[in-house]
Design a protein around this ligand. Sequence first.
Ligand SMILES: Cc1ncc(COP(=O)(O)O)c(C=O)c1O
Length: 447
Amino acid sequence: MPKSVQAAPAAKTTATSATAMSQDALLKMAEKYIPGACVGSLYLPANLRMVMTRAEGSKLYDAGGKEYIDCMLGSGPLVIGNSHPQVVEAVQRQAALGSTYYALNEPAVKLAAKIVEAAPCGETMRFQTTGSDATEGALRIARAATGRQKVLKFEGGFNGGHDSTQFSRSSVEDLLHPESVPDSDGVPESLRQDTVIAPFNDPETTVRLIEEHRNELAAVIIEPLQRSLKPEPGFLEAVRAATEKHGIVFIFDEIVTGFRLAWGGAQERYGVVPDLACYGKAVGGGYPVSAIVGRAALMKLADPGKKGQGGPYCFLSGTMTANPIACVAGLVTLEVLEQPGTYERLFAIGERLADGIRKAARKVGVPVLVAGDGPVLQVHFTDRKELRNHRDLLKTDTKKGSQFGLEMISRGVYFTPGSKIYLSLAHTDRDIERTIEAAEDSLKAVA
Ligand SMILES: Cc1ncc(COP(=O)(O)O)c(C=O)c1O
């Protein structure tokens, strides 16, 4: 029953922002007020729940005083590590100048220039706030530009939390493509009918589906590195050629890969240039800002000056759009990433960790496949020699994958169980060694 507005106010909690509370008390409060006592989709069993209080470099600290090696990186944004001194300084300076303006501002204009210059598909861009806003806006631009409704996405791919892409990310059914399965209850059936699902790394089936739906498809949206699965040579190229042939907008979801796999993101790393790319996570340096970047002819549809001029026009906005604190944090983050040696370092530690986990698994006698690219890794429990797509992943032991993550958290390495491990420039060689040691013990526990 909703609370009665007439009822006398219930006894209020005495906690204020200035009260320091114990972890146990905070967890009890979270259990009372937050379903699942969790943040996002990261549900942890009660014995592993924590309340974070502080983060610095490669480490996180909870209210019980426990230290964690941070392989979550805030679900990805912190590619240069937590509380980087240059980011902290820039954010503090900007906070004193104003928190948000809903107006052009110096950090935003400079960040826009940096992103457009770095993105191989970049001609112009619009700001959004979250990664989901960016992919949603890019799909809107594609629908407005083509006058078509359908979107092709890939089985097992994640393209944000909005309704239009909540299909066939986690489906376990072996349905015939292009059938889609909603990932959540509450998603409109009409959107399901407008979603075509294709298998990642299968150029023949994907191109056939594009051909079949060529007159209805507005866009093909893809995570170029799908979760931890690399695109095989020729796959992205085939999708690029088919979309180009039929005037379908090809969208790279670079929310994870942007500025992480290379300065020019997955476009540079895999050598394929889409029509639009969506950036988030790293471009805000841990603060909320995202971007839709791409061909000027498409981006101009989101120019509010075009509204009512007779052609197509797309509404894109948000209260926090181009928030100056987020933009300055992003700008400083990109300036750090732009330094020579960044990507060599990220890839070197990624390979060292992947090799270390493989060796540990051999020693323990558990078959695993460490997938991913550079500073993005995932440990899959399988004796397969390769994993190409979502259906291959379903044949791995996903229960063990989750259990491994929980064991890692209990040993002080923080990432989403059953999901990706992220590395940052702040991770030291010693952090990598400690993570490998924790992985060996966790593999023993899982075995
Ligand atoms: C590939 C991809 N696209 C889009 C999103 C959505 O970004 P956000 O959570 O900022 O809305 C995510 C988030 O994890 C992502 O991994």
